[in-house]
Design a protein around this ligand. Structure first.
Ligand code: DOR
Length: 439
């Protein structure tokens, strides 16, 4: 029998659960953190990492990604996506059901779990998607972080836009419901109103702030009626943030993407369709209100909504250009750069990208650097800056909306379950993550 690997990470700046930091050592044994201290001298590790000058964070848990397998592997697959995660310091992800076939029953969920066990370098969980008629599957599917509802901005079976159908889902069962909140009726109406316009900037006007607000209001109303655990995915507008500031029941959480904090409608002029996503980018005012809501705890955490498309697909003319952008490789450096710019603290980034996600989804023993917790860790370099370069993108799509941005906080070493999966630019593709469980 082989002895489980033991890592000793020495002289790192460690971000502790109380948000303070300390220069010290972390010892892992097998998949777990076993000791955290100023100087660990009594260990016989199999591997020592000199982390002098680097900062040690819990691995990022990205709670909203679209990894395209099965069915859309020309855009991305679970192997390439999980390589991109490892490079970006993302040690766990929660993936969405709009793959082919749709993840709307136990067999599709089991298929994804099997694929992930074979291919994923990091830990994984998969949402079950709601349709108008799969309530029994929504109630019984396991393991899953929750039910995903596309209230708008989707076509086919995953679109659930009618209030009665939504209400039937909110009324039964107790598991978390995560909503893509855009009002389909308003989007449809405005598509007709602006038909024929190919200027990409119209995208943010068709799927406007009101479309997002109307759907969030409806989801909130239903959640309150049934006291049903609700999570609002990629909240994008000042109006929704203000709504939650006034009225946020204790069982409701919300997330925001780095792109809704850092990009706005000005990006259409510079990066064109690489700025197109749903819900769309908003104004600089929305950016600022979302930042404040995040700092104030109105928004609970960060997700990337990693949604890769090929450059060929993105090169079409609006409205044929697909919505979505990749995110797992850049989310942590983007947020840490914002921290270095004074927008927030590094400890807040840890809270928003690890701890709060683990708490919201009931993922045990992740999101903290504490003995007994899983050894999912990322060592980042907060001293140097490096540009986002297209040729360095690992995601199969091969581009980033942040190309040319000069960022700090790049992962140097990523550790999943006590194994080094990424180190100084090199991936260890032998490492495999595990299926997450949710309470
Ligand atoms: O822009 C988006 N693209 N938003 C979504 O919610 C879906 C995603 C995709 O799957 O392409």
């Amino acid at each position: 029998m082989s002895t489980p690997q033991s890592l000793l990470i020495r002289h790192a700046e460690i971000i502790l659960p109380n948000s303070e930091s300390m220069i010290g050592d972390v010892l892992t044994q097998g998949r777990q953190i076993v000791q955290v201290g100023q100087e660990i001298t009594n260990a016989t590790p199999t591997h020592v990492i000199d982390a002098q000058g680097l900062t040690l964070l819990p691995g990022v848990i990205d709670p909203q990604v679209h990894f395209r397998e099965p069915g859309l592997e020309h855009k991305e697959d679970l192997f390439t996506a999980s390589c991109a995660c490892a490079k970006g310091g993302v040690t766990s992800f929660l993936e969405m059901p709009n793959t082919r076939p749709l993840t709307i029953n136990q067999s599709a969920l089991d298929d994804k779990l099997q694929r992930a066990a074979q291919k994923c370098l990091v830990n994984y969980g998969f949402f079950i998607g709601a349709t108008a008629d799969n309530l029994p599957d929504l109630l019984s599917a396991q393991p899953t972080p929750g039910i995903k509802i596309f209230m708008g901005s989707m076509h086919g079976d995953l679109l659930v836009s009618q209030e009665e159908t939504l209400e039937a889902i909110f009324a039964q069962g107790s598991r978390l419901i995560a909503v893509h909140a855009e009002d389909q009726a308003r989007i449809k109406e405005r598509k007709l109103e602006f038909a024929g316009i190919t200027d990409l900037a119209i995208h943010s006007q068709i799927q406007d702030n009101l479309a997002a607000l109307l759907a969030t209001q409806l989801a909130l109303k239903l959640s309150k009626k049934y006291q049903r655990r609700l999570h609002i995915l990629h909240m994008s507008t000042a109006e929704e943030a203000e709504l939650l500031r006034e009225d946020k029941p204790s069982w409701v959480t919300a997330e925001v993407t780095p792109q809704h904090l850092l990009l706005n409608t000005n990006a259409y002029a510079t990066i064109g369709s690489l700025a197109q996503m749903n819900p769309p980018l908003r104004s600089p005012h929305d950016n600022e209100v979302l930042w404040q809501a995040l700092r104030d705890g109105i928004i609970d955490f960060i997700a990337t909504d990693h949604a890769p498309h090929t450059l060929e697909e993105k090169a079409q003319t609006y409205p044929n250009t697909p919505s979505g952008m990749p995110g797992v490789e850049t989310s942590l450096p983007l947020m840490l750069t914002a921290a270095m710019d004074g927008k927030c603290t590094v400890a807040q980034v840890v809270q928003w990208m690890s701890k709060a996600v683990a708490v919201a989804y009931g993922i045990a023993n992740k999101g903290e650097i504490t003995p007994g917790y899983d050894a999912d860790l990322v060592l980042v370099d907060l001293k140097n800056y490096r540009e986002v370069k297209r040729e360095e993108v690992v995601s199969k799509c091969g581009w980033s909306s942040f190309e040319g941005w000069n960022l700090t906080g790049w992962p140097v070493t990523t550790i999943v379950g006590g194994e080094i999966v990424y180190d100084h630019g090199r991936l260890n593709t032998q490492v495999r993550g595990q299926a997450l469980t949710f309470s």
